[in-house]
Structures are given as C-alpha cells and as structure tokens.
Design a protein around this ligand. Structure first.
Ligand SMILES: [Zn+2]
Ligand SMILES: [Zn+2]
Length: 65
C-alpha cells in the first residue's frame, strides 16, 4: 500500500468520485495520480485532460519522487 506524505495528499490522490468516472470531468478532483502512484499533477479543469505535473506536494512541500 502506498504511503502519502501527508493527509491532504492522501485524501486528494486517493479521491474517487462516484459520479464522474473520468477524474478530468470531476470538479472535486484536484490531483491526478497515475496508477503506479509515481506521477502527480494538478488537474486543469478546462474541459480537456490537462495537468500541471508537480514534483513537490502542494500541501506539505515534500518531494514526491
Ligand atoms: Zn465528481
Ligand atoms: Zn504532502
């Protein structure tokens, strides 16, 4: 099981919406995390599937690598 740097990251990275199957469709989904849990990004809700890749946790500042 993956461990997250902080509770905020854990919440957002493991967030699953029951309504929106695609995380890019969900306004509540802030963080994109690939299935391996290695790549993180902030979802840009512009109707597409853009993310800003992040290397540090936006909440606690930990290195995500
Ligand atoms: Zn949703
Ligand atoms: Zn963190």
């Amino acid at each position: 099981m993956k461990t997250y740097c902080c509770e905020d990251m854990k919440y957002h990275a493991s967030f699953k919406c029951n309504v929106h199957e695609n995380p890019f469709d969900c306004p509540d989904q802030l963080v994109y995390c690939d299935k391996d849990g290695r790549e993180f990004g902030i979802i840009i809700h512009d109707g597409g599937s853009s993310i800003i890749a992040i290397q540090y946790c936006p909440w606690c500042g930990s290195d995500l690598d």
